[in-house]
Design a protein. Structure first.
Lengths: 108, 112
């Protein structure tokens, strides 16, 4: 089967850097994505890693290591609006598989 | 472009009633899917479709039917609503790259 594990909650202060880890088990996949979801809203796409290494998009970076079955999302210069849930997602041949999500709370 | 639209936004049903959640996209995406999200949980895949006329089951298909007669529309039908189906339902579509899903705003369903 396929599964992903993330911490349930992370807290940080404005301006800080936070890393949200994701470990997975799968027999095969195309890549690892990250989605953000604010309370009451729909998930929105943040990043995608098809290959090992770091992908940077503004304040957000995502990393993948296939050999370690591990990835992370790095958020820099945290802002209050970054308070949300973050999901790592496996892209397989025919579907996306979501992790259970990490709730990030940013404090002033 | 409207993106992915869902109707209704909110719905209350009684146990045993049936209804159809509507989903449409105007991005000409082949891949569409339905998820449910329970409080404090991730998204679980109900059904998906890789193109018109083709559907398949996801992780939690029981109690739901889908059809895909056109590229644009992917309705989800609840056959006989049960309180366990109280959830938020999201429809999503994906382009050829399969790496970015666009989600609709969701339908908040309560079954009494």
């Amino acid at each position: 089967g396929q599964s992903l594990e993330q911490p349930s909650e992370v807290t940080a202060v404005e301006g800080a850097i936070v890393q949200i880890n994701c470990t997975y088990q799968t027999s095969g996949f195309y890549g690892l994505s990250w989605y953000q979801q604010h309370d009451g809203g729909a998930p929105t796409f943040l990043s995608y890693n098809a290959l090992d290494g770091l992908e940077e998009t503004g304040r957000f970076s995502s990393f993948l290591s296939r050999s370690d079955s591990y990835g992370y999302l790095l958020l820099q210069e945290l802002q209050m609006k970054d308070s949300a849930s973050y999901f790592c997602v496996l892209t397989t041949a025919d579907k996306l598989i979501f992790g259970t999500g990490t709730r990030l709370q940013v404090f002033p | 472009n409207a993106g992915v639209t869902q109707t209704p936004k909110f719905q209350v049903l009684k146990t045993g009633q049936s209804m159809t959640l509507q989903c449409a996209q105007d991005m000409n995406h082949e891949y569409m899917s339905w998820y449910r999200q329970d409080p404090g949980m991730g998204l679980r895949l109900i059904h998906y479709s890789v193109g018109a006329g083709i559907t398949d089951q996801g992780e939690v298909p029981n109690g739901y039917n889908v059809s895909r007669s056109t590229t644009e529309d992917f309705p989800l039908r609840l056959l006989s609503a049960a309180p366990s189906q109280t959830s938020v339902y999201f429809c999503a579509s994906t382009g050829a790259a399969y790496n970015e899903q666009f989600f609709g705003p969701g339908t908040r369903l309560t079954v009494l």
